[in-house]
Structures are given as structure tokens and as C-alpha cells.
Design a protein around this ligand. Sequence first.
Ligand code: GDP
Ligand code: MN
Length: 381
Amino acid sequence: MDLFEYQGKELFARFGIPVSAGEAVETPEDARAAAERIGGQVVVKAQVQIGGRGKAGGIKLAGTPEEAEQHARNILGMDIRGHVVRRLWIESASDIAREYYASVTFDRGEKKPLFMLSAMGGMDIEAVAVDNPEALARLHVDPLTGFQAHHARWLAYHAGIDTPAIKGVVDVLQKLYEAFIATDAMLMEINPLIWTTDERVIALDSKVTIDNNALYRHPEIAAMREATTEDPQERMAQERGVTYVKLDGDVGIMGNGAGLVMSTLDVVALAGGRPANFLDAGGGSKADEVVTGLEVLLSDPKVKVLLINIFGGITRCDEVARGLLTALDKLNVTIPIVVRLDGTNEEEGRRIIAEEAPSNVVVEATMLSAAERAVLLAKEA
Ligand code: GDP
Ligand code: MN
């Protein structure tokens, strides 16, 4: 799970990493009020999960609350490489003397956390790694002995951090490691980590990824997800624990098992159609799961026809067919539904659908014929 900058900074603050005072807002009026409360010069920052916001015009300095409101008006709704800005972070502006880069992530090859530190921060760190590899100090952490102050000092000297900033940078690196371990993070990156003209070290940006499999241990971080998922169907799917990916076509797709769903996408494309989404109802796919899946799919207004592709293994096709009937009973589905049932007890499953399902439900025996039928129905809709 990726956090927004302001959420990452909230975590940083919890671990004692210095960040600027600020507020998250969603309207120009609130941006102005926040700027008034913060006082002095502020920075208006687009909250999107993509780098290079500065270059794209998503970060602006404002001298007055009026100016903050004006920048907010311009930045809200802006499309930054496919990410629409719906929220802003307004923070007290810093006077930057130097911009550094600091991160800790996992090096899977070494099976150890890896720290990287550079005095050439603020810019594209990948370019620094290629053009000035010596400017990027790297250090693996032995998880048994942990990350000690002398490791942090080693990094600071090798990265060429300015002498007066070393103490503050060392302190941030140690707290960053604490935060990284305590939150089950996969990545924590600060670019830039700044040294200010009044001689303070501050995390001016944050990029944080938390291991999804560990979220159950961090309910307060999991709760941040609410705000990170803007799409209503994706949010609904997350809440209900089904795997759902939104695409941009009109054929809604549900299957049991990720591999089957992925091949269904291919077959729909082969039949000349465009999938509206990807929904894996899970290997079991009993009635409850079918209901949940259908609710998520049907809440997307772009879906003109549903293609349900089930391969009966341990779950028998007749069970799935009955689950589907129960689901259709509960939900008022008016769009056409094409069902492909194959595998254990397929004949019984197909018979149940053919005889008992409403007339908008049709059964096909193969994946290709089901996809062709669905694509045809979508074109007619
Ligand atoms: P990114 O472009 O998405 O990585 O966003 P950042 O948060 O890293 O900001 C980009 C750049 O904006 C920074 O490298 C700074 O040069 C500038 N910037 C951000 N905040 C401030 C601030 O408080 N004061 C000043 N002077 N510049 C800032
Ligand atoms: Mn940045």
C-alpha cells in the first residue's frame, strides 16, 4: 500500500522525524483557511502518488492566504500524468540551503534492508545513480545487529553531507530505520531531505510503501487506505476483500482464480471487446462470494454486460449456479449476463441456469463462445 505524501509525513512525525507543520485540504477555501492558520509563506502541494509533481506545476509557494487559495484553485483537478489531484497538502514553507536524498528499502537479492544517501537530492535519483554513482552512498543493514549510529555516520560521510548537517541527518536516518521496521514498510524515501538556512534538517517530501500482508498489524495505517483509493468500485472491493481492478471497457468480468480471470480478459479482447474490469471472486466462489462480486461489478455504470467465467474444481458448477441464482434473487440485475460453466458437475450447473435463471442470463459451454456472446451483447446494448 502506497501512502500519500501527507500520510507518510504523519508517520514520520510519529517517529520523531522533523516535518513542516501542515494541513490536508480539498477545497480552495480550506486551503486559504489552512494558510491563515499556518501563517507566513506556505507551500501548496498536490497529493498524487506519482513523483515529479514540482516539474508538473503541482507544487507552488504562496506568500499570502489569498495566493494559497489561487494556487489551490489551479492545482485541484489538475491531471498529473494520469493522476487527478483531489487533495492538497498545505505546509509551512522552508528556506532551503541544501537538498539531500535518503531512503531505506529492501534489497531482495541480499535479503537485507538497504540504505541510500546522497548529497545530490531533490532531483531524479535514478539519474544520479547512473551519472554519479559515487554520489550515492549505499549500506546494507544486518537485521540482527540493526542500524547503529556509526552506520548512519558512515553513510553521511560517504555521501558528502555538509558537516554542520551531519548530526541532524544521522538522527533522521536512525529514526527512519525505526519507522521502517515498526510499520513493516517496504520503502521509505525522503527526497529532498533538506538542510535549511536556519540550520535544521527536515523531511520535505515522503514516499512510503507498507507491506499489504502486514497491514492487519497496523490498523491505523490500514485506515489511511480509505483516503488513498478514490475509485468507488475499488474501495468497495477492498472493503469486501475481493480482488478488483478497473479497466476502461464495457464488459464486466468475474471469474474464480486470478489465472482464469486474466485469460478471460485476453479472450474478450480476442473477440473484439473491451473488459471493464477484472474481478477475482476467489477459488471457492460460493453464493456469498458471487453476490459480493456482482455487487461490486454492477455498481460500475460503464458495465453493459457481465461475463461470468467459472471453472468448477473443488467448488462444483451446480453450487456456483445456485449461488448465482441466489445472488440474482437479491440483486436487481437488468443487464445481460453470460455465464460459462465448465468443470465438475458442469451439466447440472448449466441445466440449473437454463431452467431457473431469469431471461437475461445465458449459458455458454466454452470460454471463447461466452466471450463472443458477451461482446456481441455489449455492442447491441
Ligand atoms: P516532487 O516533485 O513530487 O518530488 O515533490 P517535492 O515535495 O519533492 O517538491 C519538489 C521541489 O519543490 C523540492 O525539491 C523543492 O525544490 C521545492 N519545494 C518543496 N517544498 C518547498 C519549500 O517549502 N520551500 C522551497 N523553497 N521549495 C520547496
Ligand atoms: Mn520529491
